[in-house]
Design a protein around this ligand. Sequence first.
Ligand code: DX5
Ligand code: ZN
Length: 213
Amino acid sequence: MLVAPSILSADFGKLNEEIKAICDGGCDLVHVDVMDGHFVPNMTIGPVVVSSVAKVATKGLDVHLMVEDNNFFIDLFAPLKPEYISFHIESEKHPHRVIQKLRALGIKPAIVLNPHTPPSAIEYLIEDLDMVLLMSVNPGFGGQKFISNVIERAKELKALINKRNPNCLIEVDGGVNDKNIHDLKEAGVDVVVAGSFVYGADSYGQAIKSLQV
Ligand code: DX5
Ligand code: ZN
């Protein structure tokens, strides 16, 4: 299991140290939550702050867009060369076009599904994706309770991935901890995002390791 700590739960007063600590602690990706105050009822960080994150991070950036205008935000973040950019299917009229744009920019494309969106909604996009992110909370805030229907959705998605593009990864975001990690592993999940579980721990490194099952 790959682990992508979400910096949403980091102490922004000492962001550089907080990024360095998860990278030194053995994380696999650095998850960056971008919110516009429209698609979700919260706002986070833009390219100015993320550019200083990118300078310190020794692992790839996994940028999770929770915005209405995906093209606008992709143009802002592309110069920072993130490894992945994921966007919500619920906010995009032309998802295939956005995937092609990300590919052309050399960024791995990923699509995010809210807790109510069935995996079948993206069946015909899977062959063009490097990752699908299943939300296990309603997007907008860290520290929420895990919505367990994600286990069933991950199994359904795994079957579609096996049929359409076995190289596509499954990522789960929201309420992940060392209790639900085993069910996620068994359901075929490849990457987990963890915000409050990692940044709320005494040792970030130990928390990360406990999820790398
Ligand atoms: C929620 C974000 C998550 C969040 C996860 O909108 O997408 O990445 O930071 O935080 P935890 O792990 O605390 O649920
Ligand atoms: Zn996220």
